[in-house]
Write a protein of this length. Structure first.
Length: 732
């Protein structure tokens, strides 16, 4: 596979493997360049690979490696930072791009908290600093540890380096016994320019000796990251880094009641806090503040990439809590996307795991906001044709053709898009793009179901592209996560016919491992790696139900839905019995969603499946359909027969009186919203269901409760009012 997979279409697992490959290729090239004086590749090639690395990192910021080539300058430092587990996870922020996104954020906060549109609710607004986040742990006022964010749970120990950063005090007075201060390390524009000038000057002698110029940093953020992450703190000391404090992790005593108050206290302890931070009383105030900060962007002297809004009341922040990776109480309002015009050279069609045909624009490379873009998404055939999903015109109906002059749009970390087309530059002989109706990989018909904007290959596992993507998904981190079996290996094994479906993975050793000879003989495999792979595969024969379900790659069945189903049914057998029974019920036979709903009363198993809270009709329909397709089912059964699928228990919630119980909320809740009640119940290990059945343990009924309360009474199910519920969970 010499052809590089376009960054926009890399799966997560591919991206991970590619970042690993690029880190090693670039570090070798770098070492050869600096130490061996024998460059392995041209500067243009080096820069192209570095650009590819940056583009992948921009798409998957959480996959950025500790040895990322973006962080390297000069010879790559040996790996060597110890790891630090964060006491409180370091999360990222959700993004807003439009004014309406900010208004929606305000509304969602209000609705979660049950506040009326005109109830007072203040937010802080502050610049979003474009650097890298750092967590500083103080115990009894002494800096004991500094850590980078890493993957959010585990970062790198950069204590010695952090001590050299301006604005990071070694000691602080009057602080709680334990205080983790969080903020951003950054480099000013002036210091960045001076640093690059210094790097060039230090290599002046090399230059005059005819050697290649040294590599400088591409932007202040890379410079800050590369400087903080030097193994030798003496180098960091020579780099002019600065720090703004804007958040905290573990604290033994609350800093204040409000965000603004807490930040002011960090200021009193001696940390730099951003002077553009303001309190806003309304969404309109936030937008005004955004415009004010944006207007000053060019003159601040350091890079910012947006404005962060945070709910000011820390009591509210606590109630709002977090989604899986972002807080509900804050959002980053990004500055507008960067735009550039370039030529559309070709439209390639890629086939994904679920058979979706995705058009990818191949562009004459162009720099958009500091990043070289040569691929962009074209979404689907309607988008190319200038139609939206309802048939209405987009771009005033202008279609996009190969050879066109197109506008590339890049916002934050998202995949670049083609936003517009310049018809005045269109060649007279250009022809409209004909979207394929057969799969470009396997030739099967590619069909569009009614209401679906995507055309899909019908080849299933017989289509190499689908099969490979499914396998990549199967071995990916959130699924089987088999060490040593990544995207590249899956492709290799697939092409050789060793692995054609997931079950084959578990027969690999038996079939091809005879004396390991066959595998060992292959390129890239040695004794050790072959043994390790077989062991890694053995280790994964035992797999928790949620991971197993997710690994099947069934459309709509994501990580969260898989986990929810696993928690509800506990075991594979129980789930499959329900699915198989549901497949024979009237709801499964109904085509229209409305009919399925109407048939629920006579479909007890289907209705149990769709009443699992958080699981909708769509997931169940695809799941039941997939399990009823003989070929797909046979493959899943074959796979399951090779595994030991572990039951999943309700989440551990020590001492929780509702752990493992199925709770239904009905009627009006007065002290909290439904969303909040549900989130709290789940955090205590309860299962929240949307309907009352014999399996319900507890009904929480507010005023206005109707049929559910009646049914619970008939079934003799314990019923509490809201106060009774709060008493029970100890949060009255
Ligand atoms: S608050 C739980 N405030 O942006 C949320 N983050 O895109 C804690 N960042 O990981 C983050 N300026 O590295 C916050 N004023 C600011 C920020 C800021 C920059 C960074 C931070 C975070 C990332 C999220």
């Amino acid at each position: 596979m010499d052809q590089l997979i376009p960054v926009e279409t890399l799966s997560r697992e591919d991206a991970k493997a590619e970042l690993l490959r690029l880190a090693s290729v670039l570090s070798e090239a770098n070492a050869a360049y600096h130490t061996a004086d024998a460059p392995q590749m041209s500067d243009a090639e080096f820069d192209a690979l570095k650009g590819r690395n940056a583009a992948i990192e921009a798409r998957f910021p959480d996959l950025v490696r500790s040895d990322s080539p973006a962080l390297q300058v000069g010879a790559a430092p040996a790996d060597g930072f110890s790891k630090v587990a964060h006491a409180v996870r370091m999360l990222s922020l959700g993004n807003a791009f439009e004014d309406d996104d900010v208004r929606e954020f305000d509304q969602s906060v209000r609705s979660y908290l049950g506040l009326a549109a005109d109830a007072p609710l203040a937010y802080s607004a502050e610049p979003k600093i474009d650097g890298l986040s750092l967590s500083l742990r103080y115990e009894r006022g002494v800096l004991v540890q500094a850590a980078t964010r890493g993957d959010g749970s585990v970062g790198e120990n950069v204590t010695a380096n952090a001590r050299t950063v301006a604005g990071v005090p070694d000691r602080i007075d009057g602080a709680p016994d334990v205080l983790e201060v969080r903020g951003e390390v950054y480099m000013s524009h002036a210091d960045f320019a001076a640093l690059n000038a210094r790097i060039l000057a230090e290599h002046a002698a090399d230059l005059s000796a005819g050697k290649k110029p040294p590599r400088t940093f591409a932007n202040p953020r890379n410079a800050a990251a590369g400087s903080l992450r030097q193994l030798d703190a003496r180098i960091t000391q020579k780099r002019p880094l600065m720090f703004f404090a804007y958040a905290w992790g573990e604290v033994s005593d609350p800093l204040a009641d409000t965000q603004m108050g807490a930040i002011a206290r960090l200021g009193e302890f001696g940390f730099s806090i951003n002077e553009l931070t303001r309190l806003c009383d309304t969404a309109d105030d936030m937008l005004t503040q955004y415009r004010l900060i944006e207007a000053q962007r060019a003159t601040l002297g350091y890079d910012i990439d947006g404005v962060v809004y945070k709910v000011n009341d820390l009591g509210y922040q606590k109630r709002l809590g977090f989604r899986s990776t972002t807080p509900r109480w804050a959002i980053a309002h990004k500055f507008p996307a960067e735009l550039a015009w370039t030529r559309l050279e070709a439209i390639d069609i890629q086939v994904g795991r679920t058979g979706a045909l995705s058009p990818v624009a191949r562009l004459t490379p162009v720099t958009v906001g500091g990043v070289v873009v040569s691929n962009a998404t074209l979404h689907n055939e309607d988008y190319i044709a200038g139609r939206d999903s309802t048939g209405g015109a987009i771009r005033d109906g202008r279609d996009i053709r190969v050879g066109d002059w197109v506008q590339v749009f890049r916002a934050g970390d998202v995949i670049p898009k083609i936003a517009d087309v310049d018809l005045s530059k269109r060649a007279a002989d250009s022809v409209a793009f004909a979207f394929p109706t057969t799969c470009p990989i396997c030739g099967s018909a590619a069909v569009r179901e009614e209401g679906d904007s995507v055309r899909r290959c019908t080849g299933g596992m017989a289509c190499a592209a689908q099969a490979i993507e499914k396998l990549k998904h199967f071995v990916s981190r959130a699924a089987f996560d088999i060490e040593g079996l990544g995207a590249k290996q899956v492709e290799q094994f697939y092409e050789d016919g060793w692995i054609r479906n997931a079950a084959d993975i578990f027969d690999l050793k038996e079939k091809y491992g005879s004396g390991l000879q066959q595998l060992k003989n292959r390129e890239g495999w040695g004794d050790k790696s072959a043994e390790n792979l077989f062991q890694a595969i053995e280790d994964k024969r035992r797999i928790p139900l949620n991971r197993f379900l997710f690994s099947l790659g069934i459309r709509h069945l994501g990580e969260v839905a898989a986990a929810t189903l696993a928690r509800h049914f506990h075991g594979w057998t129980a789930l499959m019995q329900t699915i198989d029974a549901a497949a024979r019920e009237p709801s499964a036979q109904a085509v229209e969603a409305k009919e399925r709903k109407a048939a629920l009363a006579n479909s007890p198993n289907w209705s149990e499946l769709v009443s699992v809270d958080g699981i909708g009709d769509t997931v169940i329909r695809t799941l039941v359909t997939a399990m009823s397709q003989p070929a797909e089912r046979a493959m899943i059964d074959e796979l399951a027969a090779r595994l030991d699928i572990e039951d999943v228990a309700a989440p551990a919630s020590d001492g929780s009186p509702v752990a493992g119980k199925t709770v239904v909320f009905t009627g009006t809740l007065e002290k909290m919203t439904r969303a909040e009640a549900k989130a709290r119940a789940e955090s205590l290990g309860a299962k929240v269901s949307g309907s009352v059945s014999a399996k319900t343990d507890l009904l929480v009924a507010g005023p206005g409760a109707g049929s559910k309360a009646k049914k619970a009474a008939e079934l003799g199910i314990e019923t509490l009012d809201e106060d009774g519920w709060l008493d029970l969970i100890g949060q009255a």
